[in-house]
Design a protein around this ligand. Structure first.
Ligand code: HEM
Length: 531
């Protein structure tokens, strides 16, 4: 059993499988749980029936808000082991001590649907991992696609409003099948590359253990000497990648909306774990500008032919949760939870995410103490001067709760970097305050084209048919807009096929040299990394 699971079981479980006397929350044994207290057998219920009131009040408050995105998810416990020390790149202890097993909790999710929606819509999948390391919790909050819809976090609320059910009639649940989604992406062509992934078979994975995971952003690894490398994180499934066909997906969703969660839950119950290898793509800091795109742009991937993925460790998911609400629903991931040796970059999407997660969890999990919930609590000790607040679960002893003081010798003290204290990477930053985007983020179509060209014949056909199916659900005005403003800049053959299938107008061919939206074809010929 994983160490975290073990801890949850020992310290925090109320074991409802064993017969125990029924009591109120105050521990008072209850003598009657079938009938409320009444004034006469046929009379009104009395306010003084405290057991009835407590039972009903707690029930009335059972629901918490679902996540604003990624509402439907399912979690598993397991462990991670690094193959060889990565001390060349990072001082993170869980990545530098081969053989050390770090407990993990992973929540797989869909993005757009509500908590009760189906498992196999055409959608991105979340792949969020919490490593309970000895230096604190590290969260790798990724997706099953390597790029994202936008370059700057300020667009995220607009995008999510466009993919969620429309406000006037709460329809449709399926994100990729409605006017607002297609309107948004045709007006925001930086999403072109991600839309190609979304229309591909990657958007309908057969099983959680048959999909890749990606950290998406460019992060930073920092070693003990303070040297920094840029890094992209990957999860590679040991069972390979498999998708369902769209026709299969529709049948499965019609018959069993729990298909993905049920398959993996049953496998784990039978002792069949899900295994993923951790992969790193690494670019030394001095090579930041060697690509002909900006490596901080989250709509771009680093081609694996140019920056190979190094496999560095393995994650094994082998334990089901005991209680979905307590664990899967209450878990709080945050891209800002890092450990010494892992740091951020100036990717403007990542920077915005660093604000959003704690902010949403403060309301979703009812106040500032959700880090004390069993699933979120680090396995290593933690102490600071924070106090009080809704849902306080700890009893902090001592007279003082401020730094610096001489009243009490039991105060948490900051540690130096040498003693394991987190030190932010000393990146040099200067510039004018501007609300703008660097010109190096302007290329919207090169990698969308590359992606299409990388597909096999049948994968391409699936993508062509996905565009036609989804767009075919939209109003004619939107079909025309998407074909002329988005697809036509990606591929002419795709444009002609989809226009024909959905009965839209065929726009003139784009002349790349005259249209500002088009971008130079991606070329990797000048890359020569100094690794
Ligand atoms: C969940 C915001 C981009 C992966 C969430 C949640 C919010 C959010 C508010 C709900 C968290 C909760 O209730 O606990 C944002 C913003 C983004 C962004 C503002 C861009 C500016 C991304 C990207 C990825 C991602 C690029 C993938 C790399 C996830 C995952 C979850 C999630 C996996 C679900 C975590 C779980 O299972 O609890 N996001 N997100 N998000 N996000 Fe993002």
């Amino acid at each position: 059993m994983s160490k975290k699971k073990d801890e949850l079981n020992q310290r925090d479980t109320i074991d409802n499988t064993k017969k125990a006397p029924l009591t109120t929350n105050q521990g008072l044994p209850v003598s009657e749980d079938e009938f409320s207290l009444k004034a006469g057998e046929r009379g009104p219920t009395l306010m003084e029936d405290f057991h009835f009131r407590e039972k009903m009040t707690h029930f009335d408050h059972e629901r918490i808000p679902e996540r604003v995105v990624h509402a439907r998810g399912f979690g598993f416990h397991g462990e991670f082991e690094v193959y060889e020390s990565l001390e060349k790149y990072t001082k993170a202890k869980f990545l530098t001590e081969p053989g050390k097993k770090t407990p993990v909790f992973v929540r797989f999710s869909t993005v757009a649907g509500s908590r009760g929606s189906m498992d196999i819509p055409r959608d991105v999948r979340g792949f969020a991992t919490k490593f309970y390391t000895e230096e604190g919790n590290y969260d790798l909050v990724g997706n099953n696609m390597p790029v994202f819809f936008m370059q700057d976090a300020i667009k995220f609320p607009d995008f999510v409003h466009a993919v969620k059910p429309e406000p006037h009639n709460e329809m449709p649940q399926a994100a990729s099948a409605h006017n607002t989604f297609w309107d948004y992406v045709s007006m925001n062509t930086e999403s072109a590359h991600m839309v190609m992934w979304l229309m591909s078979d990657r958007a309908i994975p057969r099983s959680f253990n048959m999909m890749e995971g990606f950290g998406v952003h460019t992060f930073r690894l920092v070693n003990a000497e303070g040297k920094s490398h840029f890094v992209k994180f990957h999860w590679k499934p040991k069972d390979g990648m498999h998708s369902v066909l769209w026709d299969e997906a529709q049948i499965i969703n019609g018959k069993n909306i729990d298909f993905n969660r049920q398959t993996m839950w049953e496998n784990v119950e039978k002792g069949i774990p899900a295994e993923f290898e951790l992969g790193l793509q690494i670019i030394p800091e001095e090579d930041e500008f060697k690509m002909d795109f900006d490596i901080l742009d989250p709509t771009k991937l680093w081609p694996e032919e140019d920056v190979p993925v190094q496999i560095v460790g393995k994650m094994t998911l082998n334990q089901n949760v005991d209680n979905v609400f307590a664990e899967t629903e209450q878990v709080a991931f945050h891209p800002g939870s890092v450990v010494p040796g892992i740091d951020f970059t100036n990717d403007p999407l990542l920077q915005g995410r660093l604000f959003s997660y704690t902010d949403t969890q403060l309301i979703r999990l009812g106040g500032p103490n959700f880090h004390q919930l069993p699933i979120n609590r680090p396995l290593c000790p933690f102490s600071n001067n924070q106090r009080d607040g809704y849902g306080q679960m700890s009893i902090h002893k001592g007279q003082t709760s401020y730094h610096i003081n001489q009243m009490n010798d039991n105060q948490p003290e900051p540690a130096s970097a040498e003693d394991g204290g987190y030190e932010h990477y000393h990146e040099k930053v200067e510039g004018r305050k501007v609300q703008a985007r660097s010109d190096s983020f302007k290329d919207h179509f090169s990698q969308a084209k590359l992606f299409l060209n990388s597909l096999s014949k049948h994968e391409k056909q699936h993508l062509y048919d996905a565009f036609s199916f989804e767009l075919g659900k939209c109003d004619m005005e939107i079909r025309n807009q998407v074909i002329s403003e988005l697809i036509n800049y990606i591929d002419r053959d795709l444009t002609e096929y989809v226009a024909d299938k959905v009965g839209a107008e065929l726009p003139d061919e784009v002349n790349e040299s005259t249209y500002e939206k088009s971008s130079p074809a991606l070329s990797m010929t000048n890359t020569n990394f100094s690794l």
